[in-house]
Design a protein around this ligand. Structure first.
Ligand SMILES: [Zn+2]
Length: 385
């Protein structure tokens, strides 16, 4: 017996309409609709053809469980600028990565989400979040993705960039819902931009999870939260006194790891610079575009690692056995590999000023150790304990 919803999931991952898949399979569109709706079981021959065409194994379609993976902040995007199939495809990739993480995490002792939620305004929440992440207001956030993964936020990098979506977030799973941020087009963005995006999505997770309301207001609040988290108002007021020069703005950009536009916008919205200063900085930015881009491109990418670390920990001390993993999670090897390799490896996941002792190793059964850094020393040390 196959689960129609699984066929729907695969079709949407592949970005196909019912009609397009039907054509590939040489059946009518209504046949696909009936199978997906659970009204029809495909004959043996058709099922084989579905597997051949989609490259997904039979076991994937036979799975009964379907994870709850809502659209989350994808719903806050204006309909006009985004076509529905891109939203669906983004969501389905997120779901697939979440399902892999769920499967792997059963064998691991992964961190549980530990940032308090609750109803406070965006600015207060940003301040509380900062201190929960271990920062004093004077201190720029070093690696936001690392800090959030350590706090149990699942962050995934999508293997397929989509043109109009940079990221989305959602609370996923039936019981014990987990916060998930899916980066869709991080590869094409600078780290500075990605950090703001991640902070923005974190705001949706913490402030808008169960609320219905004005989506424009949600967007404004998420930006307020992100700006306060990355560039606290109180500290900015001390840093930006009098007219702001481009050179000084660049310095703040590098130190606080946000885009130059974010620095200038922040200075303006906090009334630290005049309208004229603001406008003139924008002109200067466009003149110095190349130079600023050069600086931004030199910054190492912040990239999520949790999913890859989970896969590595599962097979440690050996390398990831993709054949075995594909069997375990019921996915075709090429898709699985593409997903895992879209996440940061050990070398890519280096935090500038973290000392080895800060790299906490998270224990999981069978005396294996699991950490998002997973350095060899960590493991040796852990095994000898
Ligand atoms: Zn948003």
């Amino acid at each position: 017996m196959i689960n129609g919803l699984k066929l729907k999931q695969v079709r949407e991952i592949l970005g196909l309409t019912q009609g397009e898949l039907a054509e590939e399979l040489n059946v009518s569109q209504s046949t696909i609709a009936y199978i997906e709706g659970g009204y029809l079981q495909p004959a043996e021959e058709l099922l084989q053809k579905i597997c051949d065409v989609t490259l997904f194994p039979r076991s994937f379609f036979e799975r009964i469980e379907v994870t709850d993976f809502p659209y989350g902040s994808l719903l806050y995007r204006s309909r006009a600028s985004l076509d529905a199939s891109e939203k669906t495809q983004a969501n389905r990739y997120g779901q697939l990565m979440f399902e892999i993480a769920e499967k792997l995490s059963r064998r691991l002792n992964s961190p549980q989400f530990s940032l308090p939620k609750g109803k406070v305004d965006a600015i207060t929440r940003a301040g509380i979040t900062r201190s929960n992440l271990g920062y004093v207001p004077e201190e720029p956030i070093d690696d936001l993705i690392y800090d959030l993964e350590k706090k149990g936020v699942l962050i995934f990098n999508s293997p397929t960039p989509l043109s109009k979506i940079d990221a989305f977030s959602t609370w996923a799973g039936f019981e014990n819902k987990k916060p998930v941020i899916v980066l869709i087009s991080a590869e094409d963005q600078t780290t500075y931009r990605t950090r703001f995006t991640v902070a923005h999505e974190l705001a949706h997770l913490m402030l808008h999870a169960t609320l219905f309301g004005d989506i424009h207001e949600f967007e404004r609040e998420a930006n307020t939260f992100a700006a306060e988290l990355l560039l606290p108002a109180e500290i900015m007021a001390g840093l930006i006194v009098g007219p702001l020069s481009l050179l000084r703005a660049i310095k703040i950009m590098e130190e606080w790891k946000v885009s130059i536009q974010a620095v200038i916008k922040r200075a303006h919205e906090l009334h630290l610079i005049t309208d004229n200063n603001y406008k003139s900085l924008y002109v200067q930015i466009s003149q110095q575009k190349k130079k600023i881009q050069e600086i931004e491109n030199k910054v190492p990418k912040e990239k999520p690692r949790c999913l890859r670390a989970m896969a590595e920990a599962t097979f440690y001390p050996k390398k990831i056995n993709y054949q075995q993993l594909a069997k375990d999670v019921g996915l075709p090897i090429p898709i699985l590999k593409k997903i895992i390799e879209a996440q940061a490896n050990k070398e890519e996941y280096t935090r500038s000023n973290v000392t080895p002792s800060e790299r906490k190793v998270i224990k999981f059964p069978e005396n294996r150790s699991f950490s998002y850094h997973l350095t060899d020393e960590d493991i040796d040390e852990d095994l000898s304990n």
